[in-house]
Design a protein around this ligand. Structure first.
Ligand SMILES: Nc1ncnc2c1ncn2[C@@H]1O[C@H](COP(=O)(O)OP(=O)(O)O)[C@@H](O)[C@H]1O
Ligand SMILES: [Mg+2]
Length: 415
């Protein structure tokens, strides 16, 4: 039994499904894994993995809500459960041909992410109210909303399901993101090499893992570096009238000429300049942001390929720049994961900007880079069930290490 394991101290294997759809909203990544051990002895074996694209209409609804479309509470409830249904389907399908899982860790679909604020702006000020709302700050806590509620996934699959991973970290004053660094540290540390694990999804995030000696765990750090593929994907969809959703292998961008001057200008903005802890989302790196880039680009006579090359450079340069600014030292190697690691032009630009640091993929260190985030949420669910904290306060800025997620027991097993 999963929940008895910590008490017995037994090194029992648990089969867990990790589910996530990232900010690219390209589909649900599902990983079926076997997990043993607790932390430094953590062992994870990937049994099966697949990406289940959203139905087109559902994807469009999610993207519209992410972009700020107003919907009614009834529509929100329906969207929440439509997403939960897709996640439950993914969990069912990934088990076909394998022994059944005992637990699901579902990140869900982020539709809104607002980092904590220590500013003195009030809700009244932000909404331009007529003075009816209190003038004092309501809260400095962040707000992060993931749809696809875990209780529905538990009911539809009959499996215990952990969801709502970000809430406890946010309640402790943290960013609620990134949440994968502790898992990265246990799965991808190296005895002599300092590593960066760089995920390039819609948004990009890094985990820095010093060589695993002495107090190395205390020195693990991480943050969101900024845009991954989000701006590029939006631009490609725009340039192709929706016929393509991304720049396959980065070949379109590779045919253009990047504007270093524009990238330099963009890197001066607040998000890139701010020190960690920091996290971001499609709220900032949105269609509006892209319009702003185009407006700025109009001074530089950029054709579409030049614009894509420049946006790709913004992703690469924001990553490299943040390493030089915020890491205690440059790593020996950078291990890429996420869909952006398949963008060959982006990978080459990162290699050029980071030389002599080697740029590889997590696959080369034994962890599947397409499913590392899904694997991480399986581990976080496993830790939740065992009562083990999942966040790293030095990464998220939370006041304490805390257990992440809410465990939902399916009706069939609680009655
Ligand atoms: N062959 C490829 N060439 C370039 N970009 C790719 C390729 N494959 C995937 N991508 C990019 O990766 C994105 C999906 O990455 P993913 O890690 O799933 O992000 P997220 O976690 O935000 O969902 C796609 O939207 C696309 O931009
Ligand atoms: Mg994805």
């Amino acid at each position: 039994m999963l929940l008895d394991k910590k008490a017995s101290g037994a090194s029992q294997v648990t089969r867990v499904i990790g589910l996530i759809s990232g900010t690219s909203v390209d589909g649900i990544d599902a990983a079926l894994v076997e997990i043993a051990g607790n932390d430094i002895d953590l062992n994870v074996e990937l049994l099966a993995s697949a990406t289940y694209p959203y139905p087109k209409v559902l994807r469009e609804q999610i993207l519209a809500v992410c972009a700020g479309k107003a919907i009614s509470m009834a529509e929100l409830a329906a969207l929440d459960d439509a997403i939960a249904y897709q996640f439950a389907q993914a969990a069912q399908e990934i088990q076909i041909g394998n022994s059944p899982a005992e637990l699901i860790g579902s990140h869900g679909q982020t539709v809104y992410h607002q980092p904590p604020s220590n500013s003195h702006s009030t809700v009244a000020e932000e909404q331009g109210s007529q003075g009816e709302l209190p003038e004092q700050p309501i809260s400095t806590l962040g707000y992060s909303l993931q749809l696809g509620r875990g209780e529905v996934i538990a009911q539809l699959t009959g499996l215990k399901t952990v969801s709502n991973f970000r809430a406890a970290d946010i309640a402790a004053g943290g960013q609620g993101a990134p949440l994968v660094p502790k898992v990265d540290a246990y799965l991808l540390s190296h005895p002599t090499k300092h590593r960066c694990i760089q995920n390039i999804g819609g948004i990009a995030n890094v985990t820095y893992i010093p060589a695993s000696q002495g107090n190395w765990l205390e020195l693990v750090c991480g943050w969101d570096t900024g845009p991954g593929n989000a701006l590029l994907d939006l631009a490609v969809e725009h340039f192709t009238n929706g016929q393509q959703t991304y720049d396959q292998d980065g070949s379109w961008a590779a045919s253009g000429i990047k504007s270093d001057a524009l990238v330099e200008l963009l890197l001066h903005q607040n998000f890139f300049q701010a020190s960690p802890p920091k996290s971001t989302g499609r709220e900032l790196f949105s269609a509006d942001y892209l319009n702003y880039c185009w407006a700025m680009g109009s001074n530089y006579n950029l054709c579409t390929a030049d614009m894509l090359a420049t946006l790709t450079e913004l992703t690469a340069a924001s990553i490299a720049d943040s390493y030089r600014r915020f890491l205690p030292q440059m790593p020996d190697e950078v291990l890429l994961c996420g869909g952006g690691s398949r963008n060959l032009y982006l990978k080459q630009r990162l290699q050029d900007l980071l030389a002599p640091v080697q740029v590889l993929t997590t696959d080369e260190a034994g962890v599947n880079g397409d499913f590392k985030e899904a694997i991480a949420f399986a581990v976080l669910a496993y830790w939740c069930a065992l009562g083990i904290p999942g966040n790293l306060p030095q990464v998220t800025g939370a006041g304490a290490a805390t257990k992440l997620g809410n465990l939902h027991i399916p009706l069939s097993s609680c009655c």
